[in-house]
Design a protein around this ligand. Structure first.
Ligand SMILES: [Zn+2]
Length: 314
């Protein structure tokens, strides 16, 4: 057997171990409720929890890294999703137990990870009034913004619904300088979401900064404001002619056809003009205009041409 296959076998065992650990944590949330036969078959509550935790979209190695190597982060996420998503703890516990039991009866067959292939629905994590200590929960979620992608994304979802009095923008400002790449983009977006009347001014300030990640967040914000409230188009125009192609791409992918007027349409059409390089959000490398994927980490680059066509033909 090659060493590669041996290593993969060990990884698979780790995935299974992580699946079981998470289910066992969920089964400890409460005394299990009795399940109807329909509930036993469907496992709706549990599947929705997995979607709310962004697990179905997680990269292959991400869940085990959090579940097995960083239990406090996983606890924070499960607690946040259960409380803020309004999940029924007893039902979750019962469904998790049911699945663990199946797994033991199936003698090693992997039923658990199949959960992420069942269609479910992420719930809005907006029930902050139900949290015992909303301020402490928010602080813990803010720390998760620096974790792996699915975890940071789930934390972002919860924090985006946090009430204004928790001062999310101020707390995130305190950690922004430590964050790089896509972590930084998420944190910057959160700051904008929670800056109230000051958000447009903050985005305008970022659009002229050297940092392309802050300009990307500002481009998303400007496009979002244009789409949802027909806000002024100047910041969107600035994003569409940015010196980083990824900033232009953010504007293109967050605009909608009905948010365009004649002038914006012209700028959208011209968004791929000129030789524009781009900074990779994964590794930070500055890539040449011709690079379709990052020359260092192979992350896919901006797709201006395709997004222009989709926006103008849509
Ligand atoms: Zn890269």
């Amino acid at each position: 057997m090659s060493r590669g296959i041996v290593r993969w076998g060990a990884e698979l065992e780790r995935f299974r171990q992580a699946d079981r650990r998470l289910l066992s944590n969920i089964s400890d949330l409460a005394e299990p409720a009795p399940l109807s036969s329909g509930q036993q078959r469907r496992l709706d509550e549990l599947v929705d929890l997995y979607f709310t935790l962004c697990l179905p979209d997680a990269g292959a190695f991400e869940p085990s890294r959090v579940i097995l190597d960083d239990p406090p982060t996983m606890r924070t996420l499960v607690e946040a999703a259960v409380v803020l998503g309004g999940f029924d703890r007893s039902l979750l516990a019962a469904e998790a137990r049911r699945l663990l039991l199946d797994e033991m009866e199936a003698d090693g067959d992997d039923h658990v990870s199949g959960l992420v292939f069942i269609p479910g629905q992420a719930r809005d994590m907006n029930r902050w009034a139900d949290a015992e200590d909303p301020g402490a929960l928010a602080q813990r979620l803010i720390r998760v913004l620096g974790s792996v992608r699915f975890a940071a994304w789930a934390a972002f979802q919860g924090l985006s619904f946090a009430p204004d009095e928790l001062g999310i923008a101020t707390h995130v400002t305190a950690i922004l300088e430590r964050l790089t790449g896509w972590h930084r983009r998420l944190a910057a977006l959160l700051m904008l979401c929670h800056s109230g009347d000051q958000a447009d001014a903050l985005a305008a300030e970022w659009l002229v900064k050297d940092d392309p990640i802050l300009r990307r967040a500002a481009a998303v914000w400007a496009a979002h404001r244009r789409v949802s409230q027909r806000a002024a188009k100047q910041p969107v125009l600035a994003a569409l002619r940015d010196r980083d192609a990824e900033v232009r791409d953010e504007a293109l992918t967050h605009l909608t056809p009905d948010s365009l007027d004649d002038e914006l349409t012209e700028w959208v059409r011209a968004a791929s003009d000129g030789a524009v390089g781009w900074r990779c959000m994964q590794c930070g490398r500055d890539n040449v205009p011709e690079a379709q994927a990052c020359e260092q980490c192979h992350t896919t680059g901006p797709e201006l041409r395709r997004h222009i066509d989709e926006l103008l033909d849509g």
